[in-house]
Ligand binder design. Sequence first.
Ligand code: FES
Length: 145
Amino acid sequence: MSSPFEPKIVAFVCNWCTYAGADLTGTSRIKYSPNVSIIRFPCTGRIDFMLLLKAFAQGADGIIVSGCHPNDCHYTSGNFHARRRWMVFRGLLDFMGIDSRRVHFAWVSAAEGARWAELVNSVDAEIKKLGHYDSYQKLVGAGIV
Ligand code: FES
């Protein structure tokens, strides 16, 4: 009997808000899915969205990008740059045939530990419904990764 599908979710988060919020989740002892791996950036504005494609190529089934709420970015406007990039990137996902439900863009502050847990759990549930992402070869064949 095979074990149930446990998705690999990669979370690209900013240091100042979402990473601190995720830390609060832990210190508050709020349980959430262990299927997420967090990669910390100084700011969501520093996240090259090509890294998201590389994460898929390396076996990720779902991705979270999360940072400070609008007007709370510690670098003033990094989160607005990230949001604009996300709007363009969504179009690229469609073009590449990647279901955009596999990528979630969110705002989680340092005080929102419970929100982080809810976000991870909801993404985990959605990716479980979508199943494993197995188009690695498509990305490699297209010369993207
Ligand atoms: Fe958090 Fe810019 S520092 S999004």
